[in-house]
Write a protein that binds this ligand. Structure first.
Ligand code: SF4
Length: 372
């Protein structure tokens, strides 16, 4: 399958029939699926239906066992470094949107180094470079410069910035030592996608979809995809995400594919969450992806509360952020004086060392470094 074909496949997913399948699901169907040795993408509507609520413990246990087999008793810790909150897009749910009057700032390479000295002292070796989506401010060359300055202290560097539209641009990043790329499609419901992405390059769904492929072709060792929960029906979106994931795994088989399920937090906007996702639904979603994608890392950020993160820790999650700041320059004391806008509120305020202790107390080993 090529990029054009996956676009067509995703376009032709019948979201209503997936919803109907979930609505009519029975406990017997759930039990039958959970008796299979391998869960498939087609099982998603039944396993995420209300009928599976009473099977959450069964799913969580199986999910935990698979995670222990494939990842051992480890939780990898990473931290985001916000490089810039400039954005040329207008997404109706985001406080960074171009039409919002917030303090905008891009940190320099020297400031990034200063931020990272703090993060390095805290133990982190796995860094996610994050920014709003604005080509004027964040270029492959700038990211390469940052990577060169940081890579001695951070053997694992990944990026979640605006998607680049050519393989060559990602190659510049890869050659500089950035080997992980995250691009969330947000939702696979194209009608809703078009409504909430009001202006800017992000409005082009297909263009965004192709960018993760560019990263794979450029040699990114780690690819991350996800959906933003709350903006569209979760079940068809989870199904589409899994189809997209299977395609990426096949096409970019040398890369590790990870999943993330951030819940919408409309900070600084009046965006109405029409499809709220409960804690229980989020837990089921994580378990279901672990049951289908046995070897894929699953990421849980500090958006979620400490209590929920503690509960979800053994359920299939393999990577967690800790001590995060979502504003450029947010880690260094000097820059705290003149605050720039944050992208979302932090639900789990625990420090990296507190988080490491929680992980250890739960019987897992906190892993600070991915590989070298
Ligand atoms: S979601 Fe991303 S692209 Fe959209 S406004 Fe926010 S930072 Fe910009």
């Amino acid at each position: 399958m090529n990029t054009k074909q996956i676009d067509e496949v995703l376009k032709n997913i019948d979201r209503q029939s997936i919803l109907n399948k979930a609505k009519n699901a029975t406990c017997e169907q759930v039990a039958t699926i959970l008796n299979k040795s391998q869960i498939e993408v087609e099982d998603i509507p039944i396993l995420l239906s209300d009928a599976s609520d009473s099977f959450l413990d069964v799913m969580a246990n199986r999910s935990q066992n698979i995670s222990l087999q494939r990842f051992g008793r480890t939780i990898q810790l990473y931290v985001p470094l916000y490089l810039s909150n400039f954005c040329s897009n207008i997404c109706s749910y985001c406080g960074y949107a171009a039409n919002h009057k917030i303090n905008r700032r891009k940190i320099s390479v020297a400031e990034a180094v200063k931020e990272c000295q703090i993060l390095s002292k805290q133990g982190f070796r796995n860094l996610l470079l994050v920014s709003g989506e604005d080509r004027k401010h964040i270029t492959p060359e700038f990211l390469a410069e940052v990577a060169h300055a940081l890579k001695d202290n951070f053997p694992a560097l990944s990026m979640e910035t605006q998607p680049f539209e050519s393989v060559a641009e990602y190659q510049t990043c890869v050659q500089a030592g950035i080997d992980g790329l995250t691009i969330y499609q947000e939702t696979y419901d194209r009608k809703i996608y078009d409504q909430i992405h009001i202006k800017g390059r992000k409005k082009d769904f297909t263009n965004r979809l192709h960018c993760i492929d560019h990263g794979g072709k450029a040699g990114m060792r780690r690819l991350g995809i996800g959906i933003l929960l709350g903006i569209a029906d979760m079940i068809p979106d989870a199904y589409a995400l899994a189809i997209h994931g299977k395609y990426l795994q096949q096409k970019h088989w040398k890369s590790v594919l990870s999943f993330s399920f951030p819940r919408m937090q409309p900070m600084g906007t009046d965006f109405e969450i029409k499809y709220p996702v409960s804690d229980k639904q989020l837990a089921k979603l994580i378990c279901v992806f672990r049951l289908i994608f046995n070897d894929s890392p699953i990421v849980l950020s500090t958006r979620e509360s400490s209590d929920l993160r503690n509960t979800l820790l053994p359920c299939g999650v393999t990577q967690m952020s800790a001590g995060s700041s979502t504003e450029p320059g947010g880690y260094s004391e000097d820059s705290k004086a003149e605050k720039s806008g944050a992208q979302f509120d932090i639900g789990d305020q625990r420090s990296p060392s507190e988080m490491a202790k929680v992980i250890t107390d739960a019987g897992y080993e906190p892993v600070w470094k991915d590989w070298q």
